[in-house]
Design a binder for this molecule. Structure first.
Ligand code: GDP
Length: 298
């Protein structure tokens, strides 16, 4: 997804390295080139401005005449500031002191929540947890079915509404699921909620009701990295509407420019916890800001 950005930055750094000495004007020119590369990759304008200002200030702080290898130092600064933009330290699920840990997934329809529920469950199993998936997406007729398929693939039980009992009431399903988890000793409950095509009152209200009913330890906002600046706007709307603790970027395997998604951590001040890069259950990983920065910088 970040091939073009990688290539552009590689060119900028190559130009920089080819100069033995650097002047303040060289730094200015480099910052301009990095700025354009980031904007072309669709990184949010405000984030770009802040990033460039930080890199520039630190770069001008290098004593250019004395520095042994100024270009190397500037590249190091770019790397460090990129890690900061991406959220700094990696952070994943914080488990509740008293199980079950409740994780609620929120996001627009098609963001990849149901798929992510399976990926997360599989990952948790690998971490020696006993997760339970909860089908609280009762909006789409096929959603429960889809979660059941995902659950089967992940080898994880799915709690779904019994016909005639709570059908149509995701809040009740979510609440019942927590009780079920307590009785059956599941230590993590993953609640898949309904999304809609766009942000609307009903969506936010339902998500907020589920949140109030199950008091989740972690609310994860799931977002398709391919939707460009809408990823940032949607994140803001969900943060204002229900509030969340972390971000999951999906479809990082896509070929769209994904810079906008990389701006989310900075814009909403919440960590990107996981990244999804394919339709398979294994196409998933903990998000490491430092590794992503290194990947982008080549
Ligand atoms: P939901 O509506 O938020 O539950 O989204 P789904 O989990 O149903 O995903 C919507 C579509 O995106 C499905 O066709 C998934 O297979 C696909 N999908 C989910 N995550 C990824 C991903 O990381 N990469 C790709 N390429 N496709 C994905």
């Amino acid at each position: 997804m970040f091939d073009t950005l990688q290539d552009r930055l590689a060119d900028v750094f190559k130009g920089l390295r080819s100069k033995g000495r650097l002047t303040a004007a060289d730094i200015d020119a480099t910052m301009r080139e990095i700025r354009i590369a980031l904007l072309e990759a669709d990184v949010n304008l405000g984030v770009v401005k802040e990033f460039i200002a930080a890199v520039k200030e630190r770069s001008l702080g290098i004593e250019l005449s004395k520095a042994l290898n100024p270009s190397q130092q500037i590249i190091k600064i770019v790397n460090e500031e990129l890690v900061t933009i991406l959220g700094g330290e990696a952070r994943t699920i914080r488990f509740a002191k008293r199980p079950p840990t409740v994780i609620m997934l929120a996001g627009l329809q098609g963001a990849g929540k149901t798929t992510l529920a399976g990926k997360l469950a599989k990952w948790l199993r690998g971490e020696k947890h006993a997760p339970l998936l909860v089908a609280a997406d009762l909006q789409r007729p096929n959603a429960v079915n889809q979660l059941q398929i995902v659950g089967e693939r992940a080898g994880v039980h799915v709690f779904a509404p019994e016909p005639g009992n709570g059908v149509g009431d995701p809040v009740k399903v979510a609440r019942d699921a927590i009780e079920h988890a307590q009785r059956r000793l599941y230590d993590v409950v993953i609640v898949d909620t309904a999304g809609r095509l766009g942000i609307d009152e009903t969506l936010m209200q339902q998500a907020a009701d589920i949140k109030a009913a199950v008091n989740p330890d972690e609310v994860l906002f799931v977002v398709d990295a391919m939707i460009g600046q809408d990823a940032v706007n949607t994140a803001k709307a969900f943060e204002d509407g229900i509030g969340f603790d972390g971000v999951v970027l999906t479809k990082l395997d896509g070929d769209a420019r994904g810079g906008a998604a990389l701006s989310i951590a900075k814009v909403v001040g919440k960590p990107i916890m996981f990244a999804s890069n394919g339709e398979g259950l294994g196409d998933f990983d903990v998000f490491h800001p430092d590794r992503m920065a290194s990947r982008i910088l080549g």
